[in-house]
Design a protein around this ligand. Structure first.
Ligand SMILES: Nc1ncnc2c1ncn2[C@@H]1O[C@H](COP(=O)(O)OP(=O)(O)OP(=O)(O)O)[C@@H](O)[C@H]1O
Ligand SMILES: [Mg+2]
Length: 261
């Protein structure tokens, strides 16, 4: 959590940031939200910075978060996930702007063999070849497009929380969203049931297929980033239940990408 969101008497909202959040991050969120809004991405309309730049005031979105929507109306979830894929493609089609934050380039390409422990060295060479081509494609990214940062109303989506937006690598941004759909991060305190994994996998696939159909980018490249992320997280996290979930997800994704190499 970066701050608290309040409703104003005039019906708008104010997002007031905690004191430890750096000013430049707030300004970046404001500028990225504005930029997305002005380029037709469905999002809230940021009006102004207040309190010496510590708060953003703007329009209130009615609706529920996509994460509650998925659990509350699972029968509609597949179609809404496809819409999320299209919305993500629209974000990536937005031009960048002068002064946009550059993502720190993660030292993950070339992938070391240990990132994908079940791959042979020649598989890893092939992975590096595929990822090398796609890592070059950079542009305006959301950076944190999880179901918690999407508001749904009457099956229409609007994206919020542009605090990590900036210039980044498209396929990594998509891989992150795919992982967010697969598992809820441990900071939220509960572990999704393993039984739900096939359902979540289909949701994530529905999202990804729509994104790929709209952009023509490589689905294999996205899934390879997903496999790396899942392998890394399942080594890093301590809670056994989460590790087991991530390993199961990793094995599923591995099965799909192996067949494509
Ligand atoms: N424009 C808006 N209209 C309606 N509700 C909003 C709006 N912006 C934010 N919210 C509500 O406030 C919550 C937190 O907003 P946001 O995700 O931007 O903040 P955050 O501090 O980055 O949160 P977190 O770190 O938990 O993701 C959202 O989940 C949503 O319920
Ligand atoms: Mg958020």
């Amino acid at each position: 959590m970066q701050g608290v969101v309040y409703e104003l008497p005039d019906g708008r909202i104010v997002k007031r940031y905690f004191p430890h959040i750096p000013q430049k991050l707030i300004l970046s969120e404001y500028l990225c939200t504005r930029h997305a809004y002005e380029h037709g991405v469905p999002t809230w309309r940021p009006d102004e910075l207040l309190d010496d730049g510590r708060s953003i005031v703007g329009s209130k979105l009615e609706g529920v978060s996509l994460s509650s929507f998925v659990t509350g109306r699972p029968w509609d979830a597949m179609a809404v996930m496809a819409q999320l894929g299209e919305t993500h493609a629209a974000i990536h089609q937005t031009p960048t702007f002068k002064g946009a934050r550059l993502w720190r380039v993660r030292q993950r390409a070339p992938i070391a063999a240990k990132a994908l422990p079940d791959f042979t060295p020649s598989d890893v060479d092939r992975v590096n070849e595929i990822l090398g081509q796609d890592a070059a494609e950079r542009g305006f990214c959301h950076g944190d497009l999880s179901p918690a940062n999407v508001v749904v109303r009457e099956k229409r989506l609007a994206v919020i929380d542009w605090g990590r937006a900036g210039v980044g690598c498209f396929v990594q941004d998509v891989a992150r969203t795919f992982c967010f759909i697969l598992y809820v991060r441990p900071k939220f305190g509960w572990v999704p049931s393993r039984m739900l994994l096939p359902f979540r996998m289909r949701l994530a696939q529905s999202y990804l297929s729509a994104y790929i159909a709209a952009t023509g980018r490589s689905e294999t490249a996205v899934l390879l980033w997903v496999a790396c992320e899942l392998a890394r997280e399942s080594r890093r996290l301590r809670r056994e239940a989460i590790r087991a979930l991530l390993r199961a997800a990793y094995r599923d994704v591995l099965g799909v990408v192996r067949a494509r190499l």
